[in-house]
Write a protein that binds this ligand. Structure first.
Ligand SMILES: Cc1ncc(COP(=O)(O)O)c(C=O)c1O
Length: 395
């Protein structure tokens, strides 16, 4: 694994120049599908290292490669592969680890489509069974492992309630049993959590969230050691074809330059809004790992170096009309799915979760209609607070 320290990596991000591109301060977009060669021997040689040479942009493109190398360095991984969505990163990494009739241990409140992929799709197509546990207790992992378990799939902090798993302990347990580990690290971003350094095998992100950060790209990334990433490129990536477009790669490169300072700003705003909501008389509970009241605060401090800007809060009222009043009257918080961009968003998870999940899957999330999710953007926090104050006074 690459041993670069954070500060150096982040400095490298800020001071890129591309000397072989006329010294241009940003690289060009290589908007081409294929690369041509001078001779039979030259293209024959290129095929000897098919995943390292530019032959066809479905597999490798110069603009996209620059971004992949940077993300690998930020994550302290050996290699990264950008794909066309976060869910493509999730499903490619999972398929890499399993075969028919295997078993997966995962946690109850993972991202909904990931839950459906594991619990329903893999079961129906390949008889891959799964056990969904409360991931806060390492004993639950030990109890759930079976002889045919080939993967422990993590999401820490997990969706909506942001429960953590002890990454070091899970990685140790998995290694002792020859089981692979994958984590969805989207909430913390690679700036605040480096799972590969804690022993996790594969890290995935929805780049559509913090890494992209401007609500203008849907993308995903898989990061690990070279042998795992090469295997994913040669199988799940080459054969399923969820490739990254050069222009989107270039937009992500733009985003990486500000990722450390954006994460700091999301954290500053997130902390302030979480503390404000926690002290509000109409709020029952705030779910945010950065708060001292968060039940796993110590673990959060141990395995993450910061908190992002995604939080949930539960209103005291259970009257749906009042909950709708809050959602419908916010002005700075736009109503929409996704998160992690410059723009603040509000969402009522119950809207889509009730439609997308079975009642059993929904129960696992431990949520109810009065839990709202906020993605805290880069606006001034006092404006965001005033917006919340105004709508909370209406109910
Ligand atoms: C935690 C998490 N992982 C993965 C995804 C999927 O990412 P994408 O929408 O980029 O496919 C999402 C999307 O909301 C998410 O919240």
């Amino acid at each position: 694994m690459c041993k670069k320290d954070n500060r150096k990596t982040e400095t490298i991000l800020a001071f890129d120049t591309y000397k072989d591109q006329h010294g241009s301060v940003v690289p060009p977009i290589y908007q081409n599908s294929l690369f041509t060669f001078d001779s039979w021997d030259q293209i024959d040689k290129a095929f000897d290292s098919k995943y390292e040479n530019f032959i066809y942009s479905r597999l490798l493109n110069p603009t996209v490669k620059i971004v992949e190398d940077k993300i690998a360095a930020i994550c302290h991984g050996e290699k990264a592969k950008l794909v066309s969505s976060g869910i493509a990163a999730v499903t490619s990494a999972i398929i890499h680890c399993v075969k028919a009739n295997d078993h997966i241990v995962t946690i109850k409140n993972i991202y909904g489509p990931t839950n459906t992929f594991i619990s329903t799709y893999l079961k129906n197509k390949f008889n891959i069974t799964s056990t969904f546990i409360d991931g806060r207790d390492i004993e639950n992992f030990k109890d759930a492992i079976q002889d045919n378990t080939s993967l422990i799939y993590l999401e820490s902090p997990a969706s909506l309630t942001y429960d953590l798993q002890d990454l070091k302990a899970v990685a140790l347990l998995a290694k002792s049993k020859g089981i692979k580990t994958v984590i969805d690290n989207t909430w913390a971003s690679p700036i605040f959590q480096k799972p590969l350094t804690l022993g996790i095998d594969i890290e995935v992100h929805s780049v559509s969230k913090y890494i992209g950060g401007h609500s203008d790209v849907v993308a995903g990334v898989i990061v690990s050691n070279k042998s795992i990433i090469d295997s994913i490129i040669g199988n799940e990536h080459e054969l399923l074809g969820a490739k990254m477009a050069p222009f989107e790669g270039w937009l992500i490169l733009r985003s990486l330059r500000t990722l450390p300072i954006r994460m700091k700003a999301h954290q500053d705003n997130g902390m302030k809004i979480a503390a404000y909501l926690e002290s509000h008389s109409k709020v029952e509970k705030v779910f945010y790992p950065g708060l001292k009241s968060f039940p796993q605060y110590k673990l959060a401090q141990d395995q993450m170096s910061g908190s992002s800007g995604l939080l949930s809060f539960e209103l005291k009222t259970k009257e749906i009309a009042k909950i709708k009043t809050v959602v419908n009257n916010l002005k700075l918080f736009k109503l929409g799915v996704s998160w992690g961009g410059h723009d603040s968003l509000v969402y009522a998870p119950v809207i889509s979760y009730l439609k997308e999940l079975t009642p059993d899957q929904f129960k696992g999330f431990g949520i109810n209609p009065s839990i709202l999710r906020l993605s805290i953007g880069l606006e001034h926090w006092e404006d965001l607070k005033d917006d919340l104050e105004r709508v909370l006074a209406m109910i």
